[in-house]
Ligand binder design. Structure first.
Ligand code: NAD
Length: 501
């Protein structure tokens, strides 16, 4: 691709010229597999086929796990000094940056993310990988005070083979952010990306090899969740499974672990994040802007999307009218145009899911203030911002994760009521509080059950900064720590060593 800023025509030409390799990456090379009952990935902006992929299953997963185990036992990666591993992880970040356009384009084609956002993601994740590289030699072991005739050490070591299963909403971003911390502390990895968007993750194999990461240390196997995903989650020689995806699948993975080898799980699952607005906020326009950003960024397909607006009754009309006006102004566009900020939903399945939730909300009596239903979808999956008022906390639209640009508005009269509604779902991923009262902000930060609480900030890209911030979901939003040094520790286990004289 050319170096100057590409135009939409350049992107379309680059898309037409792409010949993405859909084969699995195992033991440092692309592997031919019988396409058998393969599956297609589709461009949700056009309904056209992007690629035909082989549907790998237990056999390919087993080969990949064996390769990962052999690499781990061989020590070419696991026994490197942490600083040397860090250097190679940094080299991987450089590979991501220099292939940012290709990775971004693959994600845009397969799941419809606007190209400017996809490029931004690649810059951001490049920075996070660099930070991970810098942390590789900062996990210090401990010497435990004991009687003078003994030295007791607590040392951290890699688990061995880590399985990673990822979703489609930020394909390359989440793939990279799952894999790199596990690698940085010496594990080998088998990654199974989402069947909706696998191609950018499959490219990571070549980038890892170019960065000097040895063969077998990173393996990537495409396939369906119930086949390749379940085979990885049930494998007897996978030590840790790190997963990002729905709560329903997360529950299944807990069962698979119990049915197989009790592998450790790190689960980052769904959310129904509240945005709580108190009447003391100074600038309702700014709040409305952030609320609309929080439900339209990536077409609402963000785990931390602020999909529930909880607003104090006294300012409800003033805020909601602003939100509706700003949401109405959000225009869907061609994801290959650099100016597009709002693309289609990622797939036909996602489109149908949004449609059924919107229908259920109407049936249950919510008032539709803004209708995002497309007049005619054709093969494309565009859905515009949709706003429901008169929502009560028990309605499906207030309880279930929709994963689309659908906002549910509820009102409250007191702080206690706001906390009760905010905590009244099975999820506990993130929350945002809008108030000028510092005391209230601090009280709510403690009372709200969520892994991350943001006070008065724009949550539109509300992911925790993985560079420094560790994050642990509450309740059925998942379990285990991701991000920062805490996230690196998740991929190690503790060993106690005693020297007695
Ligand atoms: P999903 O659970 O349907 O699929 C996620 C992955 O799991 C895919 O790779 C899929 O193939 C695999 N899978 C599905 N069934 C499986 C099975 N039986 N065994 C093993 N693997 C299986 O989720 P999705 O639709 O791809 O992604 C959307 C979900 O991801 C939303 O719920 C969203 O909130 C969540 N998510 C969470 C975070 C977070 O950090 N908490 C971030 C992004 C997305």
């Amino acid at each position: 691709m050319s170096d100057p800023e590409p135009t939409a025509t350049d992107w379309s030409a680059a898309a037409a010229a792409l010949r993405p390799d859909p084969r699995p990456w195992i033991d440092g090379r692309r592997v031919d597999v019988d396409p058998g009952d393969g599956f297609r990935s589709e461009n949700p902006a056009t309904g056209t086929t992007v690629a035909e992929l082989p549907s790998c299953g237990a056999a390919e997963i087993d080969t990949a796990v064996r390769s990962a185990r052999t690499a781990f036992e061989g020590g070419a990666w696991s026994q490197l000094s942490p600083r040397e591993r860090g250097r190679k992880v940094r080299a991987f970040a450089e590979q991501v940056r220099s292939h940012a356009r290709e990775l971004a384009l693959l994600d845009t084609l397969e799941m419809g993310m606007p190209i400017a956002n996809a490029l931004g993601d690649m810059q951001e994740i490049g920075g996070h990988v660099e930070a991970t590289a810098e942390m590789a030699d900062k996990l210090l072991d401990e010497v435990i005070p004991n009687d003078p005739s003994a030295w007791v050490l607590n040392i951290r070591e890699p688990h061995g083979v880590v399985g990673a299963i990822t979703p489609w909403n930020f394909p390359a971003y989440i793939g990279i952010s799952k894999v790199m911390p596990a690698l940085a502390v010496g594990n080998s990895v088998v990654l199974k990306p989402s069947e909706i968007a696998s191609l950018s993750c499959l490219r990571l194999g070549e980038l890892a090899a170019a960065a000097g990461i040895p063969d077998g240390v990173l393996n990537i196997v495409p396939g369906l969740g119930g086949d390749a995903g379940a085979a990885l989650a049930r494998h007897m020689d996978v030590d840790v499974l790190t997963f990002t995806g729905s709560t329903a699948t997360g529950r299944r993975l807990l069962e698979y672990s119990g049915q197989s080898n009790m592998k450790r799980l790190i689960l980052e699952c769904g959310g129904k994040s509240p945005q709580i607005v108190f009447p003391d906020v100074a600038d309702l326009d700014r709040v409305a802007e952030a609320i609309v950003g929080g439900i339209t960024f990536n077409t609402g397909q963000v785990c931390v999307a602020g999909s529930r607006l909880l607003v104090h009754r006294s300012i409800a009309d003033a805020l909601v009218s602003r939100v509706v006006a700003k949401a109405r102004a959000v225009e869907p566009g061609d994801p290959l145009q650099e100016s597009t900020a709002f693309g289609p939903l990622a797939s036909r399945g996602q489109f149908e899911r949004v449609r059924s939730h919107v229908a259920a909300a109407t049936e249950q009596g919510a008032a539709m203030l803004l209708d995002g239903t497309p007049a005619s979808a054709g093969g494309a999956c565009f859905w515009s911002p949709t706003v429901f008022a008169d929502v009560t906390p028990g309605m499906r639209v207030a309880q279930e994760e929709i994963f689309g640009p659908v906002l549910s508005v509820m009102t409250f009269d007191s702080e206690d009521e706001a906390v009760s509604i905010a905590n009244g779902t099975i999820y506990g991923l993130t929350a945002t509080v809008w108030t000028a009262d510092l005391g209230r902000a601090l009280r709510l930060a403690r009372r709200i059950s969520a892994g991350a609480v943001t006070i008065g900030a724009d949550p539109a890209r509300g992911r925790v900064d993985a560079t420094t911030g560790a994050f642990e979901p509450h309740r059925q939003s998942g379990l285990g720590v991701e991000g920062g040094l805490g996230g690196l520790r998740s991929f190690t286990r503790l060993k106690s060593v005693t020297f007695k004289s």
